[in-house]
Design a protein around this ligand. Structure first.
Ligand code: SAH
Ligand code: SF4
Length: 364
C-alpha cells in the first residue's frame, strides 16, 4: 500500500510547531523562551521563508536556526480566477501531490477553504475528490501555509475573515495534524485567527468527533448529513455503514458547543435522490432538539458525475419545509464553479478549459 503519511522533513520545520514546541526547540539551541514569540511572528504573521529575514534576532541564532531547521513553503502555486471573484490556489508539492485552497469573496466576508489531505479515502459517491482516493495526509505546516500564501494573494483592502476546513480531504481522518494545525492557526502569537471564525467540516467519523470536542479548540463544527435516512446515506457515504445516523447524531448532541454556537449540518441536494419534500420532513424530525442550522448545497456537477443538481424550485421547497419547522436553513451559493473550485469539485487534475489562469501570481 502506498504510504499515506507525508515525508518527514530532514530537519524540524518551524511551520509545523505550535508555540510550546517552538519554545522547546529553541531551548534545545540554548535560546530563551521569549524569542519563540519573535520567531513565530516572522514565520506565521510575516510569512518569511528564510531565517536571514528575521532581522530582530541575533545573528548567531539565525545561523543556528538556518542549519538546524527549515520553513516550509508549498511549491508550485497556480492561481485560477472565476468571474465572481473566487480564486483557486493550486499547489503541486515536491512529491507531485496536488492540493487546492479556495478564496471565496462574499459581500461581508472573505473565506478561505483549506485542504487537509491530498485526495480523500472516505469515498462519497457525489464528490470528485473521492474519485482519486487518498494520496496522503498533509503535515501541519502544509495546512497552515495555505493561509500564509493566500494572505499574500489578497488585493488591497481585502482581509481574510473566515476559514473553513472543507477543501480536499477529511480533516478528522488526518486528525493529529489537523488539530496541531488548528493550535497554530488559533494561537494569538502564531497565525492568530479567532476560533469562532473557523469551521471544521466532517463526513462523520464519530469517535474522532468526540475526541475533537474534547480538544477545547472552540472552533465551529459542520457535519455532512446529506441524507434523510440510513439507506440513502449508506449509498451515498460508505462511512454511514460504520457509523449510522443515530450514532452520528448522538455524538453531535453530546458535542461540547461553546455558548451561543450551533452545529451546521450540510446537506448536498441531489436531484431525485434526497431532495423530496418527505425527505425534508424526515431531516426536520432527525434534527429536532439539536442546536443546529442546516446548509443546503445544490449538487455541483463535474464530468462523469452520476448525479444532477435539482431545480431551484426543488431547492426552495426543501428549504421552506425546514424553515416551517423553525430551523435556520440556508442555501449555499457555490462559487467558482467554472474553475472547478466549488464544493466537491476539487481534484488532482487541472480544471477543464475554459478557465482563467493568472500566471502573474504564480510563484516558485
Ligand atoms: N470531508 C469533509 C469536508 C470536505 S467536503 C466533509 O465531507 O464534510 C465539504 C462539503 O462539500 C461536504 O459537506 C460535502 O458533502 C460537500 N460536497 C462534496 N461533493 C459535492 C458536490 N459535488 N456538490 C456539492 N457539495 C459537495
Ligand atoms: Fe472526502 Fe468530504 Fe469528499 Fe466525502 S465529501 S469524499 S469525506 S472530501
Amino acid at each position: 500500500m502506498a504510504n499515506i503519511f507525508p515525508p518527514s522533513p530532514a530537519v524540524p520545520d518551524l511551520k509545523d510547531l505550535p508555540l510550546a514546541q517552538l519554545q522547546a526547540r529553541l531551548a534545545d539551541l540554548g535560546v530563551e523562551g521569549y524569542r519563540a514569540r519573535q520567531v513565530a511572528r516572522w514565520v506565521f504573521k510575516v510569512g518569511v521563508t528564510h531565517m536571514s529575514d528575521m532581522t530582530d534576532l541575533p545573528k548567531a541564532l539565525r545561523q543556528a536556526l538556518e542549519q538546524q531547521s527549515q520553513i516550509t513553503q508549498l511549491p508550485g502555486l497556480e492561481v485560477y480566477r472565476a468571474s465572481d471573484g473566487t480564486r483557486k490556489l493550486r499547489y503541486r508539492l515536491d512529491d507531485q501531490a496536488v492540493i487546492e485552497s479556495v478564496l471565496i469573496r462574499e459581500p461581508t466576508r472573505l473565506t478561505l477553504c483549506l485542504s487537509t489531505q491530498a485526495g480523500c479515502r472516505i469515498g462519497c459517491a457525489f464528490c470528485l475528490t473521492a474519485k482519486g482516493g487518498l494520496r496522503r495526509h498533509l503535515r501541519p505546516a502544509e495546512i497552515v501555509d495555505q493561509i500564509i500564501q493566500a494572505r499574500k494573494q489578497l488585493e488591497p483592502g481585502e482581509r481574510l475573515t473566515n476559514l473553513v476546513l472543507m477543501g480536499m480531504g477529511e480533516p478528522l481522518d488526518n486528525y493529529r495534524h489537523t488539530v496541531q494545525a488548528l493550535r497554530i492557526i488559533t494561537h494569538p502569537d502564531a497565525v492568530g485567527f479567532a476560533p469562532r471564525r473557523i469551521t471544521v467540516s466532517t463526513s462523520g467519523l464519530v469517535p474522532a468527533i468526540r475526541a475533537f470536542g474534547a480538544e477545547g479548540l472552540r472552533v465551529n463544527l459542520a457535519v455532512s448529513l446529506n441524507a434523510p435516512d440510513d439507506a440513502i446515506r449508506s449509498q451515498l457515504m460508505p462511512i454511514n455503514k460504520r457509523w449510522p445516523i443515530s450514532e452520528l447524531l448522538s455524538a453531535c448532541r453530546e458535542y461540547p458547543l461553546p455558548s451561543g454556537r450551533r452545529i451546521t449540518f450540510e446537506y448536498v441536494l441531489l436531484a431525485g435522490v434526497n431532495d423530496r419534500p418527505a425527505h425534508a420532513e424526515q431531516v426536520a424530525r432527525l434534527l429536532t432538539g439539536l442546536r443546529c442550522k442546516v446548509n443546503l448545497i445544490p449538487f455541483n456537477e463535474f464530468p462523469g458525475a452520476a448525479f444532477q443538481r435539482p431545480s431551484p424550485e426543488t431547492v426552495q421547497r426543501f428549504q421552506a419545509i425546514l424553515l416551517d419547522h423553525h430551523f435556520t436553513a440556508t442555501v449555499r451559493e457555490s462559487r467558482g464553479r467554472e474553475i472547478g473550485a466549488a464544493c466537491g469539485q476539487l481534484a488532482e487534475r487541472a480544471p477543464l478549459p475554459p478557465f482563467a489562469l493568472d500566471t502573474t501570481a504564480a510563484i516558485g
